[in-house]
Design a protein around this ligand. Structure first.
Ligand SMILES: *[C@@H]1O[C@H](CO)[C@@H](O)[C@H](O)[C@H]1NC(C)=O
Ligand SMILES: *[C@@H]1O[C@H](CO)[C@@H](O)[C@H](O)[C@H]1NC(C)=O
Length: 996
């Protein structure tokens, strides 16, 4: 899962700005600014506040000219001399405005003064944050507009058909604006009227109602067409591949788009082709031989004709190549590439093995090398490489030295492989993004890192790096925004954490499991910090006062779990969405998180006092976990008002009393409700039937005095029902619904006062306990990315905390009640059952032979009942059974022999009327007959292995720290934050093609 996340994340860095940032350079020699124009410009710019920078603007070569925001714009000065403003040299009219990357934040007013600049020919507002403003139809009034760029500026809504009035438009870029749509009539008009278009960039503009055929009549002057992520379906018109001037064609990530690439006579000047994640059948050798001018080829997750690697042709003409996520394996044939011209190589997300090739220009070395070493040789130094992306493969060995000598290298992604050895010294300072995380690298951080002045992201987590990280390494890294050094147990960070005045631009800082004892002091000047993960460290005592001033407006995600904090005080961060204090030593009253919080956990602390009703002001909270504290008094009834937002509510193991006061309204979104281990009285809120998504209900260990809450049987998703140790009473009776509890897998009614017969009909319908084979092999846990359910169950006679609940886990525990009568035969239908406990009841009669059908059963406890007769021989078929307790019954006769039965001891059978045979000392007499022992030669070990495996699976998955990253991504994603922030953690971007 982590791997997937990282695939997503690294796309961010691939999207380095290229032509979309191309600046307008008109030489205005005669400054003639008209005053109404300068005030219109200023008014426009001042209608926005200063927002965060878009990473597209700070990464890479454009950073110096576009960041920080332009400050030459001053009233009283000549506006024609302002940065980004160009005037007509004759008339003095403003004809070009470039405010891209200016950190403008706020809505564009429908009547903004911008529209009074009617002579504009070029307008570039890319990479700002306009709050989802719609593009006003007034944009259609710029009669002489030739270039309009609003890429990634958070404009939204319908594409205004008035854009097609801009008949002189040469270049239109409205890409990467979440939630922008274009409908058929607007597109038709656009295709008809914009006859001068050479560049049309509409990536990520939703076109679900558009037929790809509508593009057929686009202007023949078109040079570049980019329609990635548009939701295009069906067949892409063939003629598009024959447009006489087309140099760039991107239709990737239109998952249901197909078409056929011409197979011969394909004489186009096409240089760049993006078909990733489409259904185009791709005949690579043919494509390469037909497209003589092709330089850039992006085929991620594609549908290739032929089988790898035989179809891989010579790719020596290619300068940019992406073959990621294609499930290719084996060694990559490096010699097919032309390392001299290659600038961009992405092979991530495959299963490539072996080492990176050694580069040598020494011919004798080539000839003298024999193939016994794992490494291949390439005889060209990759001197032009800018991006090398090999994440998520199975590559091993040390990182070869040529990697450190490439003069132009900007992005190096070797994360999620098996690289070993030290990180070498970088010979050049061109690197912007360095991803080495999740390998087996060791040794110190190379000193040359301190010279990488353009470095924006450094990811070295999950390695075995060691040594002292000196703060001076970071003193020149003024552009560093993303730093992850987590999980390098031998890395010493104390000098780093005490440093001040470093990393002024830091946005994401991850130092989980880093043995730090202090919140890093340099955060005092970190104006933009958004995500801070300091979990699993030794930070003690109170949160320092100064920290409460850090990131007041920017902090979004704060993870301080698994430390030794004792108090936190008032929490000031108004944009915080995710706050995790799990596993600390917090005392005193419950801290109140900021109102916008989505995830809040103070689980496993020493918090006392009551839950104040002010908690109900958290009107956006989805995950509220206050479990394992000493909270007392009653649950505020207003919590029910949050049920349309709350997804998980965990209050287990506190001292709460009273009844469950909440009323759950229709549309309740609750997925999991855990109140185990309090002193709550009943009855259960029947309004829970409105929570149709409820999967987990844990009311165990309380004082509920009530009959069985039958109405729960209608909840379609309920999987876990725990009512253990309460005062439930009465008979269970037969279900009232036709298909009761269709998804129930764990039911624990033990330690109550239920009586009457076991519910024969209920067992017939517990579907989720029947189809064992249906989802075999799938290892899933309940919960979602940032919240796993944990419950306690009794397994094999022990209380076990399931920190995560495996989705295959199924158990029934009705022990310690007053159930009477026989065990229904229908129990044998529940074939995926792993545990069955009916002990300590008054069950009578014989054990049903159908128990032998429960072939997944790992523990069976029927002890302390009044069962009679012999143990059914069919039980020998329970080859997974590791725990059996039949003691204290009235059983007699032969104990079945063979298979698992060879492993049980006396304890399994004590205090019965007369059981005989192994392991009892009492041998069976002749009159007691000889039970056959089927195939008793099977080795125990076989089963032990299998069992061992299962247990590991169930008990594994300790803690949630690993999940935080993913959780964060989710939160950010669903929050309506700037798109770039979504990109950072959630990905979703792909590289933009380099346009010429
Ligand atoms: C836009 O129009 C509204 C109402 O007509 C007015 O209050 C506002 O000041 C106008 N804004 C601009 C920028 O002209
Ligand atoms: C548009 O361009 C034409 C021809 O160059 C010119 O005559 C006209 O005044 C321009 N219109 C505006 C609004 O600038």
């Amino acid at each position: 899962m982590g791997r997937l996340l990282f695939f997503l994340i690294f796309f961010l860095f691939l999207s380095l700005p290229n032509s979309s940032l191309s600046s307008f350079s008109f030489n205005s020699s005669t400054p003639l600014c008209l005053s109404d124009q300068s005030s219109a410009l200023l008014h426009f710019r001042n209608s926005f506040s200063v927002g965060l920078s878009n990473p597209n603007c700070v990464v890479g070569k454009y950073s110096s000219s576009y960041y920080p925001p332009k400050n030459s714009w001053k009233m009283g000065t000549d506006c024609c001399g302002w940065d980004g403003v160009t005037c007509d040299s004759m008339t003095g009219h403003v004809i070009a405005v470039d405010l891209s990357c200016s950190r403008l934040e706020g809505p564009i007013h429908p009547n903004t003064t911008l529209f009074s600049l009617c002579h504009l020919q070029r307008l570039n507002l890319a990479y700002n944050y306009f709050y989802g403003s719609t593009i006003s139809s007034k944009f259609g009034g710029f009669a002489n507009m030739t270039h309009l760029n609003l890429t990634e500026s958070s404009v939204a809504g319908n594409f205004p058909s008035e854009i097609s009035h801009l008949s002189k438009l040469v270049s239109l870029d409205l890409s990467w604006n979440l939630g922008m749509r274009i409908e058929m009539p607007s597109l038709k008009r656009l295709v008809q009227n914009l006859t001068h278009l050479t560049e049309l960039v509409l990536d990520d503009v939703s076109m679900s109602s558009i037929s790809p055929n509508s593009f057929m009549n686009l202007s023949s002057s078109l040079q570049s067409l980019s329609l990635d992520y548009c939701g295009l379906k069906g067949r892409f018109p063939d003629n598009m591949f024959h447009l006489p001037n087309l140099q760039l064609l991107c239709v990737g990530y239109n998952y249901n788009l197909t078409g056929s690439l011409p197979t011969y006579n394909w004489s186009t000047p096409l240089k760049s082709l993006e078909l990733s994640r489409t259904e185009f059948p791709i005949d690579l050798p043919n494509l390469i031989s037909n497209l003589k001018s092709l330089k850039e080829l992006y085929l991620r997750g594609c549908n290739f004709i032929g089988s790898y690697p035989t179809f891989l042709p010579n790719l020596t003409q290619i300068t940019s190549l992406a073959l990621s996520e294609n499930n290719f394996g084996g060694q990559f044939p490096w010699s097919l590439l032309n390392f001299e011209v290659l600038t961009y190589l992405d092979l991530s997300g495959n299963n490539f093995i072996g080492q990176l090739p050694e580069v040598t220009t020494n011919l004798t070395q080539i000839f003298s090398s024999n193939n016994s070493s794992n490494s291949q040789l390439v005889n060209k130094i990759p001197s032009s490489l800018e991006s090398l992306i090999l994440s998520g493969n199975l590559l091993n060995g040390t990182i070869p030295s040529w990697v450190y000598t490439i003069p132009s290298l900007r992005s190096l992604y070797l994360d999620h492989n098996h690289f070993t050895g030290h990180i070498g010294e970088f010979q050049h300072n061109s690197l912007v993004a360095l991803w080495l995380n999740n390998n087996n690298l060791c040794g110190p951080l190379p000193l040359s890192i301190s010279k990488l002045v353009s470095l924006n992201g450094l990811w070295i987590s999950f390695n075995n790096l060691s040594g002292n990280v000196e703060s001076k390494i970071f003193s020149k890294l003024k552009s560093l925004e993303y730093l992850d050094m987590s999980n390098n147990p031998l890395l010493s960070l104390s000098s780093f954490t005490f440093a001040t005045n470093i990393l002024p631009k830091i946005v994401i800082l991850q130092l989980s499991s880093s043995n730090i004892t202090e919140i890093p002091h340099f955060l005092q000047t970190a104006e933009y910090i958004s995500n801070l993960d300091l979990s699993k460290n030794q930070i003690k005592g109170n949160i320092p006062k100064w920290f409460l001033e850090v990131g007041k407006d920017s902090l979004y995600n704060l993870n301080l779990s698994y430390n030794s904090l004792t108090s936190v005080g008032h929490l000031p961060w108004k944009n915080l969405r995710y706050l995790d204090f799990r596993y600390n030593l917090l005392q005193g009253p419950l801290p109140v998180p900021p109102l916008g919080i989505s995830f809040f956990s103070t689980s496993r602390n020493n918090i006392t006092g009551q839950i104040s009703s002010s908690i109900c002001n958290l009107s956006l909270v989805n995950y509220l976990d206050l479990s394992y504290n000493h909270l007392n008094n009653v649950i505020p009834s207003c919590l029910g008002n949050l049920s349309n937002h709350l997804i998980d509510l965990d209050l287990q193991n506190n001292n709460l009393n009273g009844t469950l006061p909440m009323k759950f309204a229709k549309g309740c979104r609750l997925r999991s409700l855990k109140l185990n281990g309090n002193q709550l009285e009943g009855p259960l809120a029947q309004s829970l039937v409105h929570c149709r998504r409820l999967e987990v209900l844990d009311f165990g260990n309380n004082k509920v005095n009530s009959t069985f809450p039958r109405w729960l049987e209608t909840l379609p998703k309920l999987q876990v029902l725990i009512l253990r140790s309460n005062n439930f009473h009465g008979a269970l009776g037969n279900p009232k619904t036709k298909f009761p509890f269709p998804n129930l897998r764990i039911i624990d009614l033990s330690h109550n006062e239920f009586h009457g017969h076991l519910p024969t009909n209920l067992f017939k319908y517990l579907k989720a306990m029947m189809n064992a084979s249906a989802n075999k092999g799938e290892l899933k846990y309940m919960g979602d990315n940032y919240y796993q359910d944990s419950v306690t169950v009794v397994m094999k006679g022990f209380f076990i905390d399931l920190v995560k609940i495996q989705s295959l886990f199924t158990t029934i525990d009705f022990s310690n009640n007053n159930f009477k009568g026989e065990i229904p035969k229908s129990i044998g239908e529940l074939r995926s059952l792993k545990g069955l406990n009916f002990s300590h009841n008054n069950l009578t009669s014989c054990m049903p032979q159908s128990l032998g059908n429960l072939t997944n059963l790992e523990w069976l406890d029927l002890s302390s009942n009044k069962l009679e007769g012999e143990i059914p021989i069919q039980l020998v078929d329970l080859t997974m059974l590791a725990f059996l307790n039949l003691s204290k019954n009235y059983l007699f006769g032969h104990i079945p022999q063979g298979k698992q039965f060879n492993t049980f001891t006396n304890d399994s059978y004590n205090e019965n009327l007369g059981l005989c045979g192994f392991p009892m000392t009492k041998a069976c007499g002749n009159d007691e007959g000889q039970q056959p022992s089927p195939s008793s030669t099977i080795q125990e070990d076989d089963f032990e292995f299998e069992n061992g495996f299962h247990w590991k699976v169930v008990l594994l998955g300790y803690g949630c720290g690993f999940m935080f990253g993913l959780g964060l991504g989710y939160l950010v994603f669903s929050s309506g934050k700037p798109k770039w922030l979504v990109n950072i953690v959630y990905g979703g971007r792909h590289n933009k093609l380099q346009r010429s």
